[in-house]
Design a protein around this ligand. Structure first.
Ligand code: C5P
Length: 236
């Protein structure tokens, strides 16, 4: 699988298929709430039929039994990576994993399960005062990553700045998937803490999620290839 995941943040099937037609080889894509809630899960099947690898980013978070049932049904789609919130606790994450294993069709590889730690949109102040979690964001992120590992997850979503500490705490095999990527000199948009693909690679991020830097590029396939070159060959 490629190391660069392009976020398909579109609201219609036509936009997605038009965008993917610009690529002449399979890529790794992320399908999130925006697209799923607009098109339903059929969009996953359509994108899969084109040969692309899929990260289904629906961030499940509910009681363990419900998450297990949800994951069991999602696993039937044959996606490559899927996620849930670490904030649901270890029992919920374990249930998510069980659901995936039960729902994966026989003979198929189960989707990798990734936990969402503290959203990068949550500041230290919000975490301390609104969520009632004391201390530094980094400490909670690492704690959540350890919980995810204990529950049998394959890795976590985190910011570039936390990837190193997570690998130190959970091992190099524990995957880190990081959004908030911008090309050198590119537009930051609404992201607060951004980093380049080169820096992400240097920090040991296993996969990066890139949205607008690719989707708004004049030549998305070329931009994707250039970023993937950095991530897979370590051209830092
Ligand atoms: O366009 P951009 O590269 O900022 O898109 C980043 C993608 O990663 C979006 O799909 C966004 O929802 C997702 N994401 C994020 N920050 C998180 C979790 C997910 O930007 N903490």
């Amino acid at each position: 699988m490629n190391k660069t995941i392009v976020a398909l943040d579109f609201s219609s099937r036509e936009e997605v298929l038009g965008f993917l037609a610009k690529f002449d080889e399979p890529v790794f894509v992320k399908i999130g709430m925006e697209l799923t809630y607009a098109c339903g899960l059929d969009i996953v099947k359509d994108v899969k039929a084109l040969g692309h690898d899929i990260f289904l980013d629906l961030k499940l978070h509910d009681i363990p039994n419900t998450v297990k049932g949800g994951m069991k049904n999602l696993a039937k789609l044959g996606v490559d990576v899927i996620n849930c919130h670490c904030g649901g606790g270890i029992a919920m994450m374990k249930a998510a994993k069980e659901g995936i294993l039960e729902g994966t069709p026989e003979g198929k590889e189960p989707a990798k399960l990734i936990g969402v730690t503290i959203l990068t949109s949550v500041s230290k102040e919000a975490m301390n005062e609104e969520l009632g979690i004391d201390g530094e964001v980094m400490d909670t992120v690492v704690r959540y990553a350890k919980n995810a590992k204990e529950a049998g997850l394959d890795g976590v979503v985190c910011s570039v700045h936390e990837a190193k500490a997570i690998h130190e705490a959970c091992g190099d095999d524990f995957l880190t998937v990081t959004p908030g990527i911008r090309l050198a000199g590119g537009n930051v948009n609404d992201q607060k803490r951004v980093a380049t693909p080169e820096y992400a690679k240097e920090q040991g991020c296993d996969y990066i999620v890139v949205g607008r830097s690719i989707t708004t590029s004049a030549d998305p396939a070329k931009t994707y290839r250039e970023i993937e070159e950095v991530m897979s060959n370590g051209a830092v």
